[in-house]
Design a protein around this ligand. Sequence first.
Ligand code: NDP
Length: 329
Amino acid sequence: MTFRALLTDRDAAGKVSSAVTEIDDSRLPAGNVTVDIDWAGLNFKDGLCLTGGGGLVRAYPHVAGIDFAGTVRDSADDRYAAGDAVVLTGWRVGETQWGGFAERARVSADWLVPLPHGLSTRDAMVVGTAGLTAMLAISRLEAAGLAPDAGPVLVTGAAGGVGSIATALLAKLGYEVAALSGRPQHAEALTALGATSLVDRHAFLAEPDKPLESARWAAAIDNVGGQVLGKLLKQIRYGGAVASIGNAGGIELQTNVLPFILRGVSLLGIDSVLQPFPARIAAWQRLAQTLDLAAYGAMVREIGLEDLPQAAEQILAGEIRGRVLVNPR
Ligand code: NDP
Protein backbone atom coordinates (compact mmCIF):
# COMPACT_ATOMS: atom_id res chain seq x y z
CA MET A 1 0.00 0.00 0.00
CA THR A 2 1.19 3.50 -0.78
CA PHE A 3 -0.02 6.98 0.10
CA ARG A 4 0.71 10.55 -1.00
CA ALA A 5 2.68 12.82 1.29
CA LEU A 6 4.53 16.09 1.08
CA LEU A 7 8.05 14.84 1.72
CA THR A 8 10.44 17.47 3.06
CA ASP A 9 14.14 16.84 2.61
CA ARG A 10 17.45 18.62 3.13
CA ASP A 11 20.26 18.47 0.56
CA ALA A 12 24.01 18.30 1.20
CA ALA A 13 24.18 22.11 1.14
CA GLY A 14 21.51 22.29 3.87
CA LYS A 15 18.73 23.54 1.55
CA VAL A 16 15.31 22.31 2.64
CA SER A 17 12.63 21.63 0.01
CA SER A 18 9.43 19.62 -0.29
CA ALA A 19 7.72 17.60 -3.00
CA VAL A 20 4.56 15.49 -3.18
CA THR A 21 5.75 11.88 -3.16
CA GLU A 22 4.16 8.42 -3.24
CA ILE A 23 5.31 6.64 -0.08
CA ASP A 24 5.05 2.99 0.92
CA ASP A 25 3.16 2.22 4.15
CA SER A 26 6.24 0.44 5.46
CA ARG A 27 7.90 3.86 5.87
CA LEU A 28 5.28 5.09 8.35
CA PRO A 29 6.82 5.70 11.78
CA ALA A 30 6.19 3.53 14.83
CA GLY A 31 2.80 3.98 16.49
CA ASN A 32 -0.30 2.04 17.46
CA VAL A 33 -2.95 3.91 15.44
CA THR A 34 -2.95 4.51 11.68
CA VAL A 35 -5.17 7.36 10.51
CA ASP A 36 -6.48 8.18 7.03
CA ILE A 37 -6.26 11.96 7.02
CA ASP A 38 -9.21 14.01 5.79
CA TRP A 39 -7.85 17.47 6.58
CA ALA A 40 -4.72 19.04 8.01
CA GLY A 41 -4.20 22.66 9.04
CA LEU A 42 -1.47 25.13 8.19
CA ASN A 43 0.10 26.75 11.25
CA PHE A 44 3.01 29.14 11.80
CA LYS A 45 5.13 26.21 13.03
CA ASP A 46 4.42 24.33 9.80
CA GLY A 47 5.92 27.29 7.98
CA LEU A 48 9.10 26.79 10.02
CA CYS A 49 9.14 23.00 9.53
CA LEU A 50 8.69 23.26 5.76
CA THR A 51 11.50 25.78 5.39
CA GLY A 52 13.98 24.32 7.90
CA GLY A 53 13.45 27.22 10.32
CA GLY A 54 13.65 27.17 14.10
CA GLY A 55 15.57 23.88 14.24
CA LEU A 56 12.25 22.07 14.84
CA VAL A 57 12.84 19.18 12.42
CA ARG A 58 15.76 17.02 13.45
CA ALA A 59 15.65 14.16 10.93
CA TYR A 60 15.06 14.10 7.17
CA PRO A 61 13.24 13.08 5.04
CA HIS A 62 10.30 14.40 7.03
CA VAL A 63 6.53 14.80 6.75
CA ALA A 64 5.46 18.06 8.40
CA GLY A 65 1.97 19.02 9.58
CA ILE A 66 1.34 19.68 13.29
CA ASP A 67 -2.39 18.96 13.25
CA PHE A 68 -4.84 16.77 11.36
CA ALA A 69 -8.25 15.14 11.57
CA GLY A 70 -9.34 11.90 9.94
CA THR A 71 -10.57 8.36 10.35
CA VAL A 72 -8.83 5.49 12.12
CA ARG A 73 -7.69 2.91 9.55
CA ASP A 74 -6.39 0.40 12.08
CA SER A 75 -5.67 0.49 15.77
CA ALA A 76 -3.80 -1.70 18.23
CA ASP A 77 -5.09 0.39 21.12
CA ASP A 78 -8.37 -0.33 22.94
CA ARG A 79 -9.39 3.35 22.95
CA TYR A 80 -9.77 3.55 19.16
CA ALA A 81 -11.19 1.27 16.47
CA ALA A 82 -11.22 1.37 12.68
CA GLY A 83 -13.77 3.94 11.51
CA ASP A 84 -13.47 6.26 14.54
CA ALA A 85 -13.08 9.94 13.70
CA VAL A 86 -10.10 11.48 15.50
CA VAL A 87 -8.17 14.73 15.86
CA LEU A 88 -4.50 15.26 16.56
CA THR A 89 -2.77 18.45 17.66
CA GLY A 90 0.62 18.92 19.27
CA TRP A 91 2.90 16.35 20.92
CA ARG A 92 5.63 17.50 18.46
CA VAL A 93 3.91 15.56 15.66
CA GLY A 94 5.00 17.20 12.41
CA GLU A 95 8.23 18.29 14.15
CA THR A 96 10.03 15.29 15.65
CA GLN A 97 7.44 12.79 14.32
CA TRP A 98 5.95 12.53 10.84
CA GLY A 99 2.78 14.64 10.72
CA GLY A 100 -0.34 15.50 8.81
CA PHE A 101 0.74 16.69 5.35
CA ALA A 102 -0.09 13.27 3.90
CA GLU A 103 -3.00 10.99 3.16
CA ARG A 104 -1.99 8.77 6.08
CA ALA A 105 -0.25 9.04 9.46
CA ARG A 106 0.76 6.62 12.19
CA VAL A 107 0.79 7.98 15.73
CA SER A 108 0.46 7.02 19.38
CA ALA A 109 -3.13 6.67 20.65
CA ASP A 110 -2.08 8.87 23.60
CA TRP A 111 -1.87 11.87 21.25
CA LEU A 112 -5.36 11.56 19.75
CA VAL A 113 -8.70 12.90 20.89
CA PRO A 114 -12.03 11.63 19.58
CA LEU A 115 -13.63 14.04 17.11
CA PRO A 116 -15.66 16.41 19.31
CA HIS A 117 -19.41 15.93 19.15
CA GLY A 118 -21.03 18.23 16.60
CA LEU A 119 -17.89 18.85 14.52
CA SER A 120 -16.90 17.34 11.17
CA THR A 121 -13.24 16.53 10.53
CA ARG A 122 -13.12 19.67 8.37
CA ASP A 123 -14.59 21.76 11.21
CA ALA A 124 -11.96 20.33 13.55
CA MET A 125 -9.20 21.59 11.27
CA VAL A 126 -10.85 24.99 10.84
CA VAL A 127 -10.34 25.15 14.60
CA GLY A 128 -7.03 23.23 14.65
CA THR A 129 -4.11 24.02 16.92
CA ALA A 130 -4.91 27.72 16.45
CA GLY A 131 -8.42 27.48 17.86
CA LEU A 132 -7.48 25.03 20.59
CA THR A 133 -4.77 27.40 21.80
CA ALA A 134 -7.07 30.42 21.64
CA MET A 135 -9.61 28.54 23.77
CA LEU A 136 -6.94 27.48 26.27
CA ALA A 137 -5.86 31.12 26.56
CA ILE A 138 -9.39 32.40 27.16
CA SER A 139 -10.08 29.77 29.82
CA ARG A 140 -6.75 30.55 31.51
CA LEU A 141 -7.55 34.30 31.55
CA GLU A 142 -10.98 33.56 33.00
CA ALA A 143 -9.42 31.38 35.68
CA ALA A 144 -7.27 34.44 36.51
CA GLY A 145 -10.42 36.54 36.96
CA LEU A 146 -11.36 37.84 33.50
CA ALA A 147 -15.08 38.27 32.86
CA PRO A 148 -16.99 40.02 30.05
CA ASP A 149 -17.72 43.09 32.20
CA ALA A 150 -14.01 43.64 32.98
CA GLY A 151 -13.41 45.78 29.88
CA PRO A 152 -11.81 45.43 26.45
CA VAL A 153 -9.55 42.49 25.63
CA LEU A 154 -6.74 43.13 23.14
CA VAL A 155 -5.95 40.37 20.62
CA THR A 156 -2.68 40.75 18.69
CA GLY A 157 -1.89 39.22 15.31
CA ALA A 158 -5.64 39.37 14.96
CA ALA A 159 -5.86 38.56 11.24
CA GLY A 160 -3.83 35.35 11.66
CA GLY A 161 -5.09 31.91 12.67
CA VAL A 162 -4.94 32.08 16.48
CA GLY A 163 -5.81 35.79 16.53
CA SER A 164 -8.89 35.55 14.33
CA ILE A 165 -10.33 32.58 16.22
CA ALA A 166 -9.57 34.27 19.57
CA THR A 167 -11.41 37.36 18.30
CA ALA A 168 -14.44 35.30 17.23
CA LEU A 169 -14.53 33.28 20.47
CA LEU A 170 -14.18 36.29 22.77
CA ALA A 171 -16.92 38.18 20.91
CA LYS A 172 -19.24 35.18 21.09
CA LEU A 173 -18.58 34.89 24.83
CA GLY A 174 -19.67 38.51 25.29
CA TYR A 175 -16.30 40.22 25.53
CA GLU A 176 -15.44 43.58 24.04
CA VAL A 177 -12.59 42.78 21.63
CA ALA A 178 -9.93 45.14 20.31
CA ALA A 179 -8.14 43.56 17.34
CA LEU A 180 -4.53 44.64 16.80
CA SER A 181 -3.38 44.01 13.24
CA GLY A 182 -0.68 45.21 10.90
CA ARG A 183 -3.01 44.67 7.94
CA PRO A 184 -5.80 47.28 7.70
CA GLN A 185 -7.18 45.47 4.63
CA HIS A 186 -8.65 42.85 6.98
CA ALA A 187 -10.43 45.33 9.25
CA GLU A 188 -13.84 44.53 7.78
CA ALA A 189 -13.34 40.79 8.27
CA LEU A 190 -12.27 41.30 11.89
CA THR A 191 -15.29 43.50 12.55
CA ALA A 192 -17.51 40.77 11.06
CA LEU A 193 -15.96 38.31 13.56
CA GLY A 194 -17.01 40.61 16.39
CA ALA A 195 -14.07 42.95 17.00
CA THR A 196 -15.49 46.18 18.40
CA SER A 197 -12.37 48.23 17.75
CA LEU A 198 -9.28 47.92 15.59
CA VAL A 199 -5.78 48.89 16.62
CA ASP A 200 -3.23 49.55 13.89
CA ARG A 201 -0.03 47.73 14.83
CA HIS A 202 2.25 50.32 13.27
CA ALA A 203 0.51 53.25 15.03
CA PHE A 204 0.49 51.27 18.30
CA LEU A 205 4.25 50.73 18.12
CA ALA A 206 4.89 54.32 17.03
CA GLU A 207 3.31 55.75 20.22
CA PRO A 208 6.02 57.04 22.59
CA ASP A 209 7.19 54.37 25.02
CA LYS A 210 6.78 55.05 28.74
CA PRO A 211 7.55 52.79 31.73
CA LEU A 212 3.79 52.64 32.43
CA GLU A 213 1.17 53.75 29.91
CA SER A 214 -2.56 54.52 30.07
CA ALA A 215 -4.35 51.44 31.37
CA ARG A 216 -6.55 50.43 28.44
CA TRP A 217 -7.04 46.68 28.38
CA ALA A 218 -8.60 44.30 30.92
CA ALA A 219 -6.55 41.50 29.36
CA ALA A 220 -4.72 40.55 26.18
CA ILE A 221 -4.11 37.49 24.05
CA ASP A 222 -0.73 37.92 22.41
CA ASN A 223 0.34 35.92 19.36
CA VAL A 224 3.18 38.16 18.39
CA GLY A 225 5.70 38.58 21.25
CA GLY A 226 8.62 40.99 20.80
CA GLN A 227 7.96 44.73 20.86
CA VAL A 228 4.18 44.34 20.77
CA LEU A 229 4.08 42.24 23.94
CA GLY A 230 6.55 44.53 25.68
CA LYS A 231 4.37 47.54 24.99
CA LEU A 232 0.95 46.07 25.66
CA LEU A 233 2.01 44.87 29.13
CA LYS A 234 2.34 48.54 30.10
CA GLN A 235 -1.27 49.18 29.01
CA ILE A 236 -3.00 46.43 31.03
CA ARG A 237 -5.45 47.62 33.66
CA TYR A 238 -5.02 46.97 37.37
CA GLY A 239 -5.21 43.23 38.15
CA GLY A 240 -5.39 42.22 34.47
CA ALA A 241 -3.52 39.42 32.69
CA VAL A 242 -1.86 38.70 29.37
CA ALA A 243 -1.88 35.26 27.76
CA SER A 244 1.35 34.83 25.81
CA ILE A 245 0.83 32.39 22.94
CA GLY A 246 3.16 33.22 20.09
CA ASN A 247 6.26 34.80 18.66
CA ALA A 248 5.28 35.77 15.11
CA GLY A 249 6.94 39.15 15.75
CA GLY A 250 9.96 37.93 17.72
CA ILE A 251 11.01 35.96 20.78
CA GLU A 252 12.51 38.85 22.74
CA LEU A 253 10.61 40.54 25.53
CA GLN A 254 11.74 43.96 26.69
CA THR A 255 9.63 45.48 29.42
CA ASN A 256 9.99 46.54 33.04
CA VAL A 257 8.55 45.37 36.34
CA LEU A 258 6.16 48.31 36.91
CA PRO A 259 3.08 46.67 35.33
CA PHE A 260 3.61 43.68 37.62
CA ILE A 261 4.40 45.46 40.90
CA LEU A 262 2.22 48.58 40.55
CA ARG A 263 -0.78 47.13 38.70
CA GLY A 264 -0.62 43.48 39.73
CA VAL A 265 -0.56 42.40 36.09
CA SER A 266 0.06 38.70 35.34
CA LEU A 267 1.82 37.21 32.34
CA LEU A 268 0.43 33.73 31.62
CA GLY A 269 2.24 31.34 29.30
CA ILE A 270 0.03 29.18 27.07
CA ASP A 271 1.28 25.90 25.59
CA SER A 272 -0.99 23.68 23.54
CA VAL A 273 1.56 21.02 22.61
CA LEU A 274 1.81 19.06 25.88
CA GLN A 275 -1.68 19.73 27.29
CA PRO A 276 -2.99 16.64 29.08
CA PHE A 277 -5.99 14.74 27.67
CA PRO A 278 -8.68 16.09 30.06
CA ALA A 279 -7.70 19.70 29.33
CA ARG A 280 -7.87 19.02 25.59
CA ILE A 281 -11.31 17.42 25.86
CA ALA A 282 -12.61 20.36 27.91
CA ALA A 283 -11.22 22.91 25.44
CA TRP A 284 -12.62 21.05 22.40
CA GLN A 285 -16.05 20.77 24.01
CA ARG A 286 -16.12 24.49 24.74
CA LEU A 287 -14.94 25.23 21.20
CA ALA A 288 -17.66 23.05 19.67
CA GLN A 289 -20.26 24.89 21.74
CA THR A 290 -18.89 28.39 21.22
CA LEU A 291 -17.32 28.96 17.80
CA ASP A 292 -19.79 30.02 15.09
CA LEU A 293 -18.23 28.03 12.25
CA ALA A 294 -20.58 29.46 9.63
CA ALA A 295 -19.61 33.01 10.55
CA TYR A 296 -15.92 32.07 10.57
CA GLY A 297 -16.20 30.46 7.11
CA ALA A 298 -15.05 33.59 5.28
CA MET A 299 -11.66 33.27 7.05
CA VAL A 300 -10.98 29.77 5.67
CA ARG A 301 -9.11 28.81 2.49
CA GLU A 302 -8.49 25.28 1.17
CA ILE A 303 -5.30 24.13 -0.53
CA GLY A 304 -3.69 20.85 -1.63
CA LEU A 305 -0.37 19.27 -0.63
CA GLU A 306 1.37 20.77 -3.67
CA ASP A 307 0.39 24.31 -2.59
CA LEU A 308 2.04 23.98 0.82
CA PRO A 309 5.59 25.19 0.03
CA GLN A 310 4.21 28.55 -1.17
CA ALA A 311 1.73 28.77 1.72
CA ALA A 312 4.60 28.11 4.16
CA GLU A 313 6.45 31.18 2.87
CA GLN A 314 3.24 33.21 3.15
CA ILE A 315 2.52 32.27 6.76
CA LEU A 316 6.09 33.14 7.80
CA ALA A 317 5.71 36.51 6.06
CA GLY A 318 2.48 37.21 7.99
CA GLU A 319 0.43 37.09 4.80
CA ILE A 320 -2.13 34.41 5.70
CA ARG A 321 -5.61 35.48 6.75
CA GLY A 322 -7.44 33.19 9.18
CA ARG A 323 -7.02 29.48 8.64
CA VAL A 324 -5.66 27.50 5.69
CA LEU A 325 -6.95 23.91 5.42
CA VAL A 326 -4.99 21.23 3.60
CA ASN A 327 -6.89 18.55 1.70
CA PRO A 328 -4.31 15.81 1.07
CA ARG A 329 -6.47 13.97 -1.50
P1 NDP B 1 -0.43 33.26 11.72
O1 NDP B 1 0.70 33.55 10.78
O2 NDP B 1 -1.70 32.79 11.15
O3 NDP B 1 -0.72 34.57 12.58
C1 NDP B 1 0.30 35.37 13.08
C2 NDP B 1 -0.10 36.82 12.94
O4 NDP B 1 0.85 37.64 13.63
C3 NDP B 1 -0.07 37.33 11.51
O5 NDP B 1 -1.24 37.04 10.82
C4 NDP B 1 0.10 38.81 11.74
O6 NDP B 1 -1.17 39.36 12.11
C5 NDP B 1 0.99 38.88 12.97
N1 NDP B 1 2.39 39.05 12.60
C6 NDP B 1 3.10 38.38 11.67
N2 NDP B 1 4.36 38.82 11.59
C7 NDP B 1 4.46 39.83 12.49
C8 NDP B 1 5.51 40.70 12.88
N3 NDP B 1 6.72 40.62 12.33
N4 NDP B 1 5.26 41.60 13.84
C9 NDP B 1 4.05 41.69 14.43
N5 NDP B 1 3.00 40.90 14.09
C10 NDP B 1 3.21 39.99 13.14
O7 NDP B 1 0.14 32.23 12.79
P2 NDP B 1 -0.69 31.37 13.87
O8 NDP B 1 -1.93 32.09 14.21
O9 NDP B 1 -0.73 29.98 13.43
O10 NDP B 1 0.30 31.46 15.11
C11 NDP B 1 0.53 32.68 15.80
C12 NDP B 1 1.66 32.51 16.78
O11 NDP B 1 1.25 31.67 17.84
C13 NDP B 1 2.91 31.87 16.19
O12 NDP B 1 4.05 32.44 16.78
C14 NDP B 1 2.77 30.42 16.60
O13 NDP B 1 4.01 29.75 16.64
C15 NDP B 1 2.14 30.57 17.97
N6 NDP B 1 1.40 29.42 18.44
C16 NDP B 1 1.66 28.98 19.68
C17 NDP B 1 0.94 27.92 20.20
C18 NDP B 1 1.18 27.51 21.60
O14 NDP B 1 0.83 26.39 21.96
N7 NDP B 1 1.73 28.38 22.43
C19 NDP B 1 -0.06 27.22 19.39
C20 NDP B 1 -0.33 27.83 18.12
C21 NDP B 1 0.41 28.89 17.65
P3 NDP B 1 -1.68 40.80 11.61
O15 NDP B 1 -1.37 40.87 10.16
O16 NDP B 1 -3.12 40.81 11.94
O17 NDP B 1 -0.90 41.81 12.41
